[in-house]
Design a protein around this ligand. Structure first.
Ligand SMILES: *[C@@H]1O[C@H](CO)[C@@H](O)[C@H](O)[C@H]1NC(C)=O
Ligand SMILES: *[C@@H]1O[C@H](CO)[C@@H](O)[C@H](O)[C@H]1NC(C)=O
Ligand SMILES: *[C@@H]1O[C@H](CO)[C@@H](O)[C@H](O)[C@H]1NC(C)=O
Ligand SMILES: *[C@@H]1O[C@H](CO)[C@@H](O)[C@H](O)[C@H]1NC(C)=O
Ligand SMILES: *[C@@H]1O[C@H](CO)[C@@H](O)[C@H](O)[C@H]1NC(C)=O
Ligand SMILES: *[C@@H]1O[C@H](CO)[C@@H](O)[C@H](O)[C@H]1NC(C)=O
Ligand SMILES: *[C@@H]1O[C@H](CO)[C@@H](O)[C@H](O)[C@H]1NC(C)=O
Length: 309
């Protein structure tokens, strides 16, 4: 048992390196390679941090997206263009994601600008988006949805997959991400990723922002912060935080602007009222322990692990 705990903690700390958390069961950027995502909020930059929770008033305009050239060797070593994808795995409800994935954005041929002093290179589209950006708009009677933004290396032999040629703003629901990645040969590993939550529940102030682990009291019951969610395998254990993860908290600490905007825009809501820990750390830790203890997933877990060693 003691050995199990040690092994679990080891796996937890390794798994915490991927983004989004591996227990979600969606493609993950290895080595916690963050995609820099910045909305413009009335002229103020709103930098998205991992697992942040927003009210539905998150700016409707598409965010600026950048790769962090200075932080990641895999990004610095790459000169080509990128394919950008944003998906909602929780449509229409996290408890019944019958529309998974809802495709919020599909843009190929994103080229990079010269590295800025902050060590990032903006991704700029040189062609029209295949599927234009759609702001998060979860239903009012739904828990917060997850929104995942991916940048994939657009390798030199990339051709747009035939089966998705007819996709446009009318083909957003039930987007088969696996099929798209297979057919485009982009592969299962994004170059970089970021994710956040957004809620349109009426009790959640539209301009609400809370860093990872933050909750709106009574406002986001049913939010998925750990585990694969209902349509992949039924959840058998409830998620409980067992320890904190340094990888997750480091990444939260590294991000700056949005945390400071949150206090002033939370409409009097207390961010600490019901949050006790970090969702990012809770999810990666409990998820990994659960995966390790779970029956069928050990192999998948070890395979993910191999990617970091
Ligand atoms: C992850 O980081 C390690 C150490 O820096 C590096 O050797 C490895 O190639 C990286 N993996 C990927 C997929 O970028
Ligand atoms: C990337 O571009 C630079 C400058 O254009 C060049 O020196 C370098 O060889 C390129 N690297 C790759 C991997 O193509
Ligand atoms: C880039 O995308 C924006 C919308 O996201 C679009 O308005 C613009 O026309 C695109 N640029 C090119 C060169 O197609
Ligand atoms: C949020 O819900 C309200 C009430 O149904 C709706 O009017 C509004 O358009 C929704 N916001 C978004 C961004 O979907
Ligand atoms: C692209 O295709 C060429 C010719 O078939 C091949 O030599 C090259 O390795 C391919 N590159 C990638 C990244 O798949
Ligand atoms: C996308 O939606 C349009 C309009 O409903 C439809 O004509 C088209 O066939 C769809 N494309 C695909 C690839 O499903
Ligand atoms: C998505 O595509 C994959 C690979 O082509 C396929 O195995 C899977 O059944 C598809 N999923 C759905 C829901 O159609």
């Amino acid at each position: 048992m003691f050995l199990n705990l040690i092994v679990s903690s080891f796996i937890a700390s390794r798994l915490a390196l991927a983004i989004p958390p591996p227990d979600f069961g969606f493609p993950e950027a290895p080595n916690h390679t963050e995609l820099s995502v910045t909305y413009q909020d009335n002229g103020n930059p709103l930098i998205v941090t991992e697992a942040e929770l927003f009210g539905v008033g998150i700016p409707a305009q598409e965010p600026a997206v950048a790769v962090e050239t200075a932080n990641y060797d895999s990004i610095a070593a790459y000169n080509g263009s990128y394919v950008l994808l944003m998906v909602d795995p929780d449509a229409r409800y996290p408890s019944n994601p019958s529309l998974r994935f809802l495709l919020h954005w599909l843009q190929t041929d994103m080229t990079t600008t010269a590295e800025s002093p902050d060590g990032t290179s903006q991704l700029v589209n040189s062609t029209a988006p295949r599927v234009p950006y759609l702001r998060p708009s979860p239903p009012t009677d739904s828990a917060a949805h997850r929104y995942i933004i991916y940048a994939f290396f657009q390798h030199e032999n990339f051709t747009f997959p035939q089966a998705f040629e007819g996709y446009d703003a009318t083909n957003r629901t039930n987007f088969n991400l696996t099929a798209f990645l297979d057919e485009s040969k982009l592969g299962p590993r994004p170059a970089a990723a970021m994710y956040y939550f957004a809620s349109n529940q009426t009790q959640v102030p539209q301009d609400y922002t809370a860093a990872a682990g933050g909750t709106y009291p009574g406002g986001n019951d049913g939010i998925i912060t750990a585990g694969p969610g209902p349509s992949i395998t039924p959840s058998t254990t409830s998620a409980t935080a067992t320890s904190s993860s340094t990888a997750a908290s480091t990444s939260t600490a590294r991000s700056t602007a949005s945390a400071s905007t949150s206090a002033s825009t939370s409409g009097g809501a207390s961010q600490t009222a019901s949050g006790t820990g970090s969702a990012a750390s809770a999810s990666s830790t409990s998820g990994a322990v659960k995966t390790f203890a779970g029956s069928g997933s050990l192999l998948a877990c070890l395979i993910s692990l191999l990617n970091f060693i």
